[in-house]
Design a protein around this ligand. Structure first.
Ligand SMILES: [Mg+2]
Ligand SMILES: [Zn+2]
Length: 201
């Protein structure tokens, strides 16, 4: 039997908009469930990918509790909202992997260097084994250079979501050295269409 294929998705900036934080003057992950919204094109994007046979897996760094910016309850509630969106639309997302660690946090039990934090590849390795994935058929879609580095380290092809908001967030983050993605796309819908177009390349 043929191995499976998957599209791995970063969450913030890909599935949901970043949120402007006046305190840091930067676009950041939502810290409050009330600030979480799924982009309108996500349902169609994931439906297209699933019709083409892709397993959909979200891999997200969520260090804001470790950094003292919000509560663990808030972060988990936002995760639950995304799970609910997926379920209400027929199970669009097959699996979720969240890393709550940060190397420079202020909450001791979450302040540590771990391979589950992207660009660490622990979660991707776990998913490849769990779903028996063909890495050459997998993609990683993200808006940060760490996503691209992470996907490439696994031998996946990569799409970088690049638009005004994600670029601003990236420059404020003090971006790491750019690692070129296979494709640039302004949003997940364009990314999904590119992935399907390149299926047999
Ligand atoms: Mg992101
Ligand atoms: Zn972690």
């Amino acid at each position: 039997m043929n191995k499976s294929k998957a599209v791995f998705l970063d969450r913030d900036g890909v599935i949901n908009p970043l949120v402007y934080n006046p305190a840091t003057q930067a676009y950041e992950s939502p810290h409050d469930p009330g600030d979480f919204a799924v982009f309108p094109h996500v349902k169609e994007s994931l439906e297209l990918l699933k019709l083409s046979g892709y397993i959909i897996i979200v891999v997200s760094n969520q260090p804001s509790f470790a950094k003292g910016k919000t509560t663990l309850e808030n972060i988990k509630e936002i995760g639950r909202l995304l799970n609910e969106f997926s379920n209400e639309n027929g199970g669009l997302i097959d699996d979720f992997y969240y890393c709550y660690h940060h190397p420079q946090g202020i909450v001791p039990e979450y302040t540590t260097v771990r391979r589950c934090r992207k660009p660490g590849t622990l979660f991707l390795e776990q998913a490849v084994s769990k779903y028996d994935l063909d890495k050459g058929m997998c993609w990683f879609v993200g808006d940060s250079d760490t996503d691209i580095i992470c996907g490439k380290a696994m031998g996946f092809r990569t799409v970088k979501i690049s638009n005004e908001q994600t670029q601003e967030s990236q420059s404020k983050n003090g971006a790491v050295a750019p690692d070129l993605p296979d494709v640039f796309a302004p949003d997940l819908l364009k990314a999904a269409k590119e992935i399907i177009n390149r299926e047999n390349e």
